[in-house]
Design a protein around this ligand. Structure first.
Ligand SMILES: [Zn+2]
Length: 356
């Protein structure tokens, strides 16, 4: 066999082998490797061409044409296979990225307001609708606003250490303390009005945290109060009772019978504790109401003339009512929550059940 024929055979064999391998390539990456190994500068086709030098000069163009034709064939084959593989890989990718819109989504758990905050919001909304303004006051108070101005004399048991958190218990005359009730907001609001040259009417609802040294199933060292008061000319117990009746029925979302029982508070005169008909037994008598059919819910009364005097309001012209209630207590009664501590333990199961 002549050198030329031998080269032709070698090229043909190489071409067949390449075509075979191209069509069997399973990925674009594998195809790229094959392209380099056959058609690259150091590829097999090039190495075969090194034999061209042994040919007589006039035969060289013949083999040149043969090689070019072979290159053309291989390139076309590569391109076809490439297009085919590219399509295939695209389909695989699309399949992998496919979104099943019928699958139910992953739900993320949503937070909700704490039951105490929900209660505060509900209660405040009821008074807002009645035209009461919302007020706030500091949690760190002084003795004047927390006690003196509220007609709580120096020797009153509420001032004793076991009830009040003092900051300077060592006889400092200007001791600060954590407010034991929201009533100081009454004093601050009335005083601010008078100091600004204003005068009643004043109708205010104030909410916030209060603190007492007390801890058991029904007492917590920190709890929340809602304080409500109204001062105007000719305010009487009838106004107090009317507002209480409206508020309690609105909050419990039903007509709840109420009763006012005479009581003593230093800052009101007369004073009354307010009971509602037991929401658990409908007055048949149960464990919660201790068989009485009534549950005490808050303290109220007509603002003591001394309190009005302490802020510079003329008690011969103006009168007012006031009441304060424990938010946790009312929420417990509305939802039948047995233990005050549930509000502060942050057990997610409880919070979820109470979520709005
Ligand atoms: Zn009962």
């Amino acid at each position: 066999m002549s050198e030329l024929d031998a080269l032709k055979v070698a090229l043909k064999t190489l071409q067949d082998k390449a075509l075979d391998e191209f069509s069997n390539a399973e990925s674009l990456q594998a195809l790229q490797v094959l392209r380099v190994s056959y058609l690259g500068k150091k590829g097999e086709l090039t190495s075969v061409l090194k034999g061209v030098g042994k040919l007589p000069p006039k035969e060289r163009p013949v083999i040149g044409q043969f090689v070019n034709a072979s290159k053309q064939t291989l390139s076309e084959s590569l391109e076809k296979r490439e297009a085919c593989l590219a399509l295939k890989e695209k389909q695989v990718r699309i399949e992998a990225e496919r979104i099943d819109v019928t699958l139910s989504g992953r739900t993320s758990s949503k937070g909700s307001l704490h039951p105490v905050q929900q209660g505060l919001n509900e209660m405040t909304a009821i008074f807002s609708q009645l035209g009461f303004d919302i007020a706030e006051g500091p949690e760190i108070e002084d003795e004047f606003h927390n006690f003196d101005a509220l007609n709580i004399p120096q020797e009153h048991p509420a001032r004793a250490m076991h009830d009040t958190f003092f900051f300077h218990p060592d006889g400092d005359e200007k001791a600060n303390l954590l407010r034991t009730h929201t009533s100081p907001v009454q004093i601050r609001t009335m005083k601010a009005c008078v100091d600004a040259g204003g005068e009643p009417p004043l109708a205010v609802v104030a909410t916030g945290r209060v603190y007492r040294c007390d801890y058991d199933v029904t007492h917590s060292p920190m709890f929340h109060q809602v304080e409500v008061f109204k001062v105007d000319k000719n305010i009487s117990l009838a106004h107090l009772k009317g507002v209480l009746q409206h508020f309690l029925s609105a909050y419990f979302e039903k007509d709840v019978p109420i009763r006012l029982r005479p009581h003593y508070f230093p800052f009101t005169e007369p004073s009354a504790e307010v009971d509602i008909a037991c929401v658990f037994c409908h007055q048949k008598g149960c464990r919660v109401c201790k068989g009485s059919g009534w549950i005490e819910v808050l303290g109220s009364g007509m603002i003591h003339p001394n309190v009005l005097k302490s802020v510079g309001i003329d008690s011969t012209v103006y009168s007012g009512f006031a009441f304060g209630l424990g938010v946790e207590r009312l929420v417990m009664l509305k939802y039948g929550i047995p233990d005050l501590r549930l509000f502060f333990e942050n057990d997610v199961r409880f919070l979820r059940r109470m979520g709005a």
